[in-house]
Ligand binder design. Structure first.
Ligand code: K7E
Ligand code: CUA
Ligand code: CA
Length: 645
């Protein structure tokens, strides 16, 4: 088995592509000496031979999983980077890291949190300062059409400052961030897979967000010690406008979130049905729940105005507490009891079952989607009757992934294992069949896995080929790099009866969740459209210094290997805005712009425009230079800011 030959269309021809790239705009008028000076690293002939005993400098034996030089991966893997605040993009099966997408963090590689455009997305205080510049991304999921990824967006949470971000999958850049009101500890998040209200809309229109930590509502300094009144809200955000649509007041808290394939239900696991504020008390009950939301009924209640508001939030809140939803036929929520302190909830790709991982219980609870709907129709006595299996699978179950052959793969944190179990076998065993095969295989992973996820496993197109175990500890698996270790991402082949460990990859701390997407689904942009930037400097002739009192706008363009202004003059005390458009139209030709001693550093990709605004209060000359290696004359690509006294 190698990378998909059926996705050949995306394979580039590396030799041709590289020569074409060098032969056009980038090197017009340059000598051969310049070429070798600037771009020797790209020279294919200079491939290392030391580790290559085979003929013609190539490795003799290939692993069937190897992605040979110049070949492309079969899958994208997107990972939430935890408290690094960004999103990472990898290729599978190679495990190569391609990109880090800054989201909640400041990033000087691209200028995220530095440019005016990114500050506007992150959110700024009235005085222009950034409100938050840290975040903790735990869960990320793309938008859906018809039960599979449509390649449009990726949604990711910030657990620290309670924001939902959206990443465009064509540019792989964050384009919106929304603050969720009246919650803390925003953890689980999942988009719906189709519109639950209008069945003709078969794509994602909502994103659901769970809050893990309960707080007084509103949290304005009153009722601080009335811990019994602390509450959590479940939040729905509009996937297009990114505005918060509604919230649900619940009993207990929210952990992970899952959504059904028919759009009807959203689910969240709850480990703190005790509604405790102290550690020990959160484990005092033997049972917690998986909580289901009837999305259409909630939207009806919002429409009917059966809502309240907290603090100065304009977001309508409906009542999803147990007491208010005892009558199934009108209930907005259904609380299904499962063993104490569960963690992840994942729905099987056939849309039939939610698998809740036990965490403190050595089991997984399988809840049937149809039976939860039956409870809402008044045809089931107790919510617990929706549980159709509860296999014992091992210690510390955290998250479950699926293949397309009816098997589930659950990470066992305490056992440091991946366990493969049969859904059908587990259901039969629950019904009393002692011979039903439940656990089919176990594989040691290294060490302490958190999330496990399969190729296309959260979609109808689940293909059952690969499983990745994202492990929280790497210990001895890699060269030591000081007290902080990387984590281990382990690729596992699940296409056969037994799981096979393919390889380890170190991942820089501290990823949480990931998803694996077939590469043909993602259609990345190579060059921006100049028209998408209203402030674009469309021609070098438009460059110049434009003064409006103490506000000065400097417009310039970059075209390899020069900026259109060799120098520009401003005065001490000015507020300077620099608008830079990269007029280069060549794929991969990015320029950077940094100003000495002014904390300015950002990049402009082909046909992109960005701006920065800052004060100048120290007379002198300050060199501006291109930070991003673009050309053999990259070092010379400079401008000079002259600040007059
Ligand atoms: Cu770490 Cu998804 Cu936040 Cu489980 S969560 S491991
Ligand atoms: Cu332009 Cu380096
Ligand atoms: Ca509990």
């Amino acid at each position: 088995m190698t990378q998909d030959d059926d996705i050949k269309t995306l394979d580039t021809q590396p030799d041709l592509g590289r020569r074409k790239f060098l032969g056009t705009t980038a090197l017009v008028g340059l000598s051969g000496a310049g070429l070798s000076l600037g771009l020797s690293a790209c020279n294919k002939e200079s491939a290392p031979t030391e580790a290559a005993p085979g003929a013609k400098g190539e490795v003799a034996a290939h692993s069937p999983y190897e992605v040979a030089p110049g070949k492309l991966d079969t899958y994208y893997m997107f990972s939430s980077a935890g408290h690094a605040g960004d999103v990472r993009v990898f290729g599978l099966p190679s495990g190569r890291e391609f990109k880090r997408i800054p989201v909640f963090n400041t990033d000087c590689m691209v200028g995220w949190g530095i440019t005016n455009e990114s500050k506007a997305i992150i959110g700024t205080n009235p005085d222009g300062s950034v409100k938050y510049d840290t975040g903790d991304t735990h869960h990320l999921h793309p938008s859906y059409t018809d039960g599979t990824y449509d390649g449009k967006y990726l949604f990711v949470n910030d657990k620290i400052n309670c924001r939902l971000a959206r990443v465009r999958l064509d540019t792989m850049e964050c384009d919106r961030i929304t603050q969720l009101p009246n919650i803390q500890g925003f953890h689980g998040t999942f988009p719906d897979k189709r519109d639950p209200v209008d069945s003709s809309i078969n794509h994602t229109t909502r994103v659901f967000c769970g809050s893990e930590f309960s707080i007084p509502l509103p949290n304005l300094g009153k009722g601080l010690d009335d811990e019994a009144a602390y509450r959590s809200l479940f939040t729905c955000v509009d996937a297009e406008s990114m505005e918060v649509r509604w919230q649900v007041l619940i009993d207990g808290n929210c952990e992970l979130v899952a959504t059904s394939y028919d759009g009807k239900l959203a689910a969240t696991t709850q480990y703190n049905t005790e509604m405790a504020t102290k550690y020990e008390e959160m484990m005092s009950l033997e049972w917690d729940t998986c909580l289901f939301f009837n999305v259409a009924r909630i939207e009806e209640a919002v429409k009917a105005g059966k809502v309240r508001y907290y603090g100065d939030s304009k977001v309508p809140v409906v009542d999803g507490t147990k007491a208010a939803n005892a009558e199934p036929k009108s209930a907005l929520t259904c609380y299904v009891p499962i063993p104490k302190n569960p963690h992840g909830v994942n729905i099987s790709p056939d849309g039939k079952y939610y698998a809740c991982a036990g965490k403190l219980s050595p089991s997984a609870s399988l809840i049937a989607h149809e039976l939860v709907l039956k409870w809402f129709d008044g045809e089931l006595k107790e919510p617990r009757e929706a549980v159709v299996a509860e296999p014992e699978i091992g210690l510390g179950p955290l998250h479950t992934a699926f293949d397309n052959r009816g098997n589930a793969y659950t990470t066992l944190f305490l056992d440091s294992q991946m366990v493969k179990w049969s859904i059908e076998g587990a259901i039969k065993a629950y019904q009393g069949d002692k011979n039903a095969p439940v656990v089919l295989d176990r594989l040691d992973v290294h060490y302490q896995p958190g999330h496990g996820f399969t190729s296309m496993g959260e979609t109808r197109e689940c293909d059952g080929r690969f499983l990745v175990s994202d492990n929280k500890f790497s210990k001895d698996r890699f060269l030591p790099v000081g007290p902080l270790h990387p984590e281990t991402s382990q690729l596992i082949d699940i296409s056969g009866a037994k799981m096979t460990l393919v390889h380890d990859n170190p991942v820089a701390s501290e990823p949480h969740d990931s998803i694996i997407i077939r590469r043909d689904i993602i259609k990345p942009l190579q060059i921006y459209n100049l028209d998408d930037f209203p402030n674009a400097v469309r021609d070098a002739k438009e460059s110049g210094v434009f003064r409006d009192g103490r506000k000065v706008t400097v417009k310039l363009v970059s075209q390899a290997p020069a900026f259109s202004l060799r120098e520009f003059r401003v005065k001490k005390g000015d507020e300077v805005t620099i608008i830079l458009t990269n007029l280069d139209k060549v794929e991969d030709l990015t320029h950077g712009f940094a100003i000495q001693r002014h904390n300015i550093n950002f990049i402009v990709n082909p046909q992109e425009t960005k701006s920065v605004t800052f004060k100048v209060d120290r007379p002198g000359i300050y060199w501006c230079y291109c930070t991003h290696f673009c050309h053999a004359l990259h070092m010379e690509m400079r401008s000079r800011m002259i600040v007059e006294a």
